[in-house]
Design a protein around this ligand. Structure first.
Ligand code: ASP
Length: 348
């Protein structure tokens, strides 16, 4: 993994009131004017790298950020080895793979699906909700009906590997969602000792892909898609398909997305909060840090035992992230050859 210190460059901030570290991806003139034509795409976790690559193919040809984020998150959605997003996602505790996703464009248009079954590309269904219906959100059976009527294919999303993991989980059926540190969990008092998850293979517990992009016209869009918490209660919906919680984009200011225990993100309407803080002059990283701090203040005990991470991109092409626990990575792509992973700073 890239040494973060080599990669990050401390940047002076526009708003003198804040002195947090920021990262500049887009050149800004001495007068503070953004130089257009410098697209960027960022996304959560290691699987953000191949997702960014697909998004970059759209951006580098002058494509729209909306098309880029959709193309990008479709990569992990289609990958059966990623057991926290799309096809091959871990099922709920009754054995059903249910997907949550949302998308938002530069005009403030948005679409979302929750508890969608049998369709791999939940993000494209969310986009269809945005573009073809007068609504923002469709859920469950209705979302599936709409998807099938719109030409999406009905498929079995439960892979043998995820079914095996679910059956293993059923032996104890312990309903104890764990934090999303790759193949590891913290011990019960929140200390940093790790113990392996009792799941077969190199699995993730619950990691979402959230992606934000700015295109050559300086327009922003975002997408967020997940199979949610592994072995969740049937009908449980997290933050990821909730506009304002799992994703928010305001083309005047910037965009934000989240990953981790969705209940805590919903409680603070996390992504909207991050964008509003950026509007007030916070850098992306400072805004994400403030949102994480808000979670700690609201749930001090619980915050020690869970993971939540925020990722943000502002209108100047500056980006940043912050999370509760060590282990949250995000990927940043600014050219054909520059697509790198960064470790998010953490509260604990
Ligand atoms: N935020 C997702 C949810 O709560 C899960 C995750 O990102 O790990 O469903």
């Amino acid at each position: 993994m890239q040494d973060r210190r080599n990669f990050l460059k401390a940047a002076a901030l526009g708003a003198a009131a804040f002195s947090f570290e920021g990262v500049k991806a887009t050149p800004v003139t001495a007068a503070g004017r953004v130089v257009k034509g410098q697209p960027i795409v960022i996304s959560t976790w290691d699987f953000g790298l191949p997702a960014n690559k697909a998004a970059w193919e759209v951006l580098k040809q002058g494509g729209r950020a909306l098309d880029a984020v959709e193309a990008g998150v479709k990569v992990p959605e289609a990958d059966p080895k990623i057991q926290t997003v799309g096809y091959g996602g871990f099922p709920d505790r009754d054995g059903h793979v249910t997907l949550d996703a949302c998308i938002m464009d530069e005009l403030g248009n948005c679409g979302s699906v929750a508890a969608l079954e049998h369709v791999i590309h939940a993000i494209s269904v969310a986009r269809a909700v945005m573009e073809k219906t007068p609504h923002v959100m469709l859920v469950g059976e209705g979302a599936l009906q709409f998807a099938l009527a719109s030409g999406f294919k009905k498929e079995n999303l439960l892979t043998p590997e995820s079914e095996k993991a679910w059956k293993e989980w059923l032996k104890k059926s312990e309903y104890k969602p764990m934090m999303n540190i790759e193949n590891k969990t913290y011990n019960s008092n929140g200390a940093t000792a790790f113990s392996p998850l009792q799941l077969p293979g190199n699995v993730y517990n619950h990691d979402t892909i959230g992606m934000l992009a700015m295109d050559a016209n300086g327009n922003l869009s975002g997408a967020c898609t997940t199979s949610g918490m592994a072995f969740k209660m049937r009908g449980r919906v997290g933050d990821s398909p909730i506009i304002g919680a799992g994703l928010y984009v305001d083309n005047e200011v910037g965009g934000a997305t989240s990953t981790g225990v969705g209940e805590e993100v919903i409680r603070i309407v996390g992504s909207h909060l991050v964008v509003e803080l950026m509007r007030q002059g916070y850098t992306p990283e400072a805004a994400c840090k403030e949102a994480v701090t808000r979670i700690v203040k609201k749930s001090p005990q619980k915050a020690k035992e869970i993971q939540v991470g925020f990722l943000a991109l502002n209108k100047k092409g500056e980006y940043g992230a912050y999370c509760l626990q060590q282990g949250f990575s995000y990927a940043v792509c600014t050219s054909d050859t520059k697509n790198e992973l960064i470790n998010g700073k953490h509260y604990f």
